[in-house]
Design a protein around this ligand. Sequence first.
Ligand SMILES: *[C@@H]1O[C@H](CO)[C@@H](O)[C@H](O)[C@H]1NC(C)=O
Ligand SMILES: *[C@@H]1O[C@H](CO)[C@@H](O)[C@H](O)[C@H]1NC(C)=O
Ligand SMILES: *[C@@H]1O[C@H](CO)[C@@H](O)[C@H](O)[C@H]1NC(C)=O
Ligand SMILES: *[C@@H]1O[C@H](CO)[C@@H](O)[C@H](O)[C@H]1NC(C)=O
Ligand SMILES: *[C@@H]1O[C@H](CO)[C@@H](O)[C@H](O)[C@H]1NC(C)=O
Ligand SMILES: *[C@@H]1O[C@H](CO)[C@@H](O)[C@H](O)[C@H]1NC(C)=O
Ligand SMILES: *[C@@H]1O[C@H](CO)[C@@H](O)[C@H](O)[C@H]1NC(C)=O
Length: 885
Amino acid sequence: MDETSRLNPGIPRPPAHAKYDFATGKPRPRKGNCIKCFCIAFVVALLLALGINAIVLLMAFKKAEAPEFHIKTVKVSKFSTISPLNNDRVVLSTDVTFDVECNNKNPIVGVDLGDMEMQATWGEMDAHLGESRVEDFAQKAKGKKEIKVSAKNEVEISKKDVKPEDMKLDLTLFGEIKYFAGPFKTKKYPFMVSCSGVSPTSVNVGCNTKLYASGEAPSKSKQKPTPSPSPPQSGPSGESPTTSPSLESFPPVKLTVQDKYVILDNGLLAVTIAKPAGFVTGIKYNGIDNILDTVNPEDDRGYWDVVWALPGTKGTKGTFVRIIGKDFRVITDKEDRIELSFKFGGYDPSKATKKDVPLEIDQRYIMRRGESGVYSYGIFERKNWAPFGMPNARLAFKLQRQQFKYLVIADNRQREMPVPEDRLKPRGQELEYPEAVLLVDPMDPQFKGEVDDKYQYSMESQDIRVHGFICKDPPTGFWQITPSYEFRSGGPNKQFLTSHVGPSVLAMFVSAHYSGEELVPKFEEGEPWSHVYGPIFMYMNNVSKGEDFKLLWDDAKKKMEAEVKSWPYDFVASEAFPKANERVNVSGRFFVHDKLVENEKAPAKGAYIGLGPPGEAGSWQRDCKTYQFWTRTDEEGYFNITHVRVGNYNLFGWVRGYIGDYKYDKPINITVGENIDLGELVFEPPRDGPTVWEIGVPDRLAREFFIPDPNPKYINKLYVNHPDKFRQYGLWERYTELYPDEDLVYTVNSSDYKKDWFFAQVTRKIGARYNGTTWQVKFNLDNVEQNGNYKLRIAIASATNSDLEVRFNEPKPAPALFTSGRIGNDNSIARHGIHGLYWLYNIDVKGNLLQKGNNTLFLTQTKGVSPFQGIMYDYIRLEGPQKSN
Ligand SMILES: *[C@@H]1O[C@H](CO)[C@@H](O)[C@H](O)[C@H]1NC(C)=O
Ligand SMILES: *[C@@H]1O[C@H](CO)[C@@H](O)[C@H](O)[C@H]1NC(C)=O
Ligand SMILES: *[C@@H]1O[C@H](CO)[C@@H](O)[C@H](O)[C@H]1NC(C)=O
Ligand SMILES: *[C@@H]1O[C@H](CO)[C@@H](O)[C@H](O)[C@H]1NC(C)=O
Ligand SMILES: *[C@@H]1O[C@H](CO)[C@@H](O)[C@H](O)[C@H]1NC(C)=O
Ligand SMILES: *[C@@H]1O[C@H](CO)[C@@H](O)[C@H](O)[C@H]1NC(C)=O
Ligand SMILES: *[C@@H]1O[C@H](CO)[C@@H](O)[C@H](O)[C@H]1NC(C)=O
């Protein structure tokens, strides 16, 4: 066992056949007179032996398991600057060593880690610190072996003083694993190990090891290493995963079809689904018999549902329907993945009654080998059938209520949660908005006196990527990962529910929350439609007892990033879900030019830009039947909208800091095979004259305005000292307390909108009734162009059953200069959103309505029925007449 001595670079590999000799152990034929006989017998025996041997080896190759391959330590033994020869240049000297351990688990098949190559980059400066090559490492026998790979380098840098906290390297080790036995060799499996942020002081860094399928090479340019203490990632996706050694170390996915259930099992978890209904009745994972709530009946644990509405239904009402599949089918049954279908449908227009939903829903579940979770998507389809509306569509999971108590939806939005029993009388007391409950006698006294309300955990679509619950014993996470929101209604800023007391983990696809009826998809008589919601991933993870349970969230975020990278998934069977090669990218550079105010166009930074169904500028907000593809521009205004489905679109955008909506003037028709570069696009936001005064920041939110402290009786502790103070319950009630006698008056130049502009123009409570309110903006004009055309811009971040009237200088009952008419049903005040739908009003103001000296703008919200009614302003601006006029 002196093999370690051969591990040093440069020493040739031992003869591979030393132990595996072909022609041994075969009985020699007895000596006889017949030489010819002997010769023939010998040749036959030899061929036989060779044949048997070859078969044995081939079998061994086939069964060969991937070696356990990992980094024991990574050491940066040198990281220093040396001998500055002149004042500008400094030489940085580094010495890095990887300690690699390889555990070959195969008896006959050897492994060879040939030609390893190391790259080291110094992140901040992107200084490439050189490479090191290690050749030939062969390991015939079963067992563990170690190898050191080191690299010393010197490189000139321009930075003079390198601080200790800067001494962090990103390291990548590339190589390939070859299997061999005798003279036979099989394919090469490339691998890549990446470690980020390795410093001279780091002891045990997390490195991410990735094995690739034969023939697939990791890209060596600009690898961004991600730290990850997790086991080998699921290898390459696609048609090749069965050939990947990393996958082979996991058992194949197994399907058991019983009379009333089917079970998917990949050795990591087992998922039981009712057949043919498609409810997930059980998930066994990490020693927990069922992750799903066994207090609930079987159809109330993991299920697709919709709310559907007969034509003519007002508002967002409808009938809740759990989707009960009628037809079960195995779509794919391979070792690396199984896909199942539970189809709801059978709508027959000739026999249908009003009670039949004119829609088919194919509920799909996919389990993949080596993936700790289950995927689901729904194919919704209707032909030229009866009309209907669908206010809500989602996939819901309800977890064991006594175990999954720690909710996480964001780094700064996570907490221990009460149990559903706490919300019921007499433990809970329903508040003014019925979804909000005051916990008067919760099972766990720590929650006593807090408010629980699912809407406090809402998020914008663009941010809903991973959320879920943690069980602390045994430490287990259940997460919903949504790699793309292309299929959700309403675009990037539409808000949806996430996870909440239940413990419920929702994947919302369609909802009217924070928007109202305008986002209820409605289908006309004979209107065909099809849409794929998902796939999304229900991911489960664990840490050992005693480890920090918050590591589960860190890992879930990493997993989410990996899922985002592999979007659009290539393992989805349905052709209704186009793969990457059936989609295209649209890129360009986005500028904004507020003409009359800014001399020249400037790159729009962090702007929203996306493709939605053809329509007016801003119409994407109200689209709920098609796909939308959005991204944000970078610092220079560049954007890439990736993986757009074939179809006809308009390109839309909006930019924080500017009012209005951008629309590219030409339609964008996507066909396969051609990426589109739109070049430079310039958004000229609405502007007719210089700013006389403005209130707020045009960002489609009311969060910059005054948000009061909540009533101490109605606290959610999560949002105390939190940037999202607006998520507290009951803030609308504070208006009448703050302005008991007179409505809000704001004086331009002396008031501060952060303190003096209440975040919502809510109603005033008078006894048991509510009245609309009139706010005043006082401003002084040194001179007025009586014949000039002034412009008032009112951008609204949310409106609920409101009617806005605008007057200058003469209050009601003088006739209003502008009336919005009844607008909005987004209910964002009650649901603690800081915005709903966006509205922009551009109001012409003749100079003769204004006067030299003091002026008053009256903003009257006339309607008064409920405490949740009102307007959230985004931004208000008065523009003077154009100078050239
Ligand atoms: C716990 O997670 C690890 C990966 O971190 C996985 O290998 C293991 O199978 C999981 N344990 C159980 C019991 O599922
Ligand atoms: C679109 O961009 C993504 C991400 O850069 C890339 O992976 C993909 O190949 C591109 N698609 C096409 C059709 O070029
Ligand atoms: C867009 O894609 C190009 C080419 O892949 C890349 O160089 C650029 O950084 C990307 N820009 C953004 C904003 O993602
Ligand atoms: C895009 O498609 C629409 C609808 O089919 C069509 O009217 C329009 O002419 C097409 N435009 C281009 C540029 O192909
Ligand atoms: C409330 O509204 C009603 C009806 O518009 C009106 O008659 C009444 O004077 C208002 N009350 C107050 C205190 O403004
Ligand atoms: C606000 O103050 C500025 C600078 O003092 C002044 O020029 C402007 O006229 C004032 N505007 C109003 C509306 O009072
Ligand atoms: C104009 O408004 C200012 C500030 O509100 C006030 O101090 C001043 O008295 C007013 N002037 C007149 C003539 O009303």
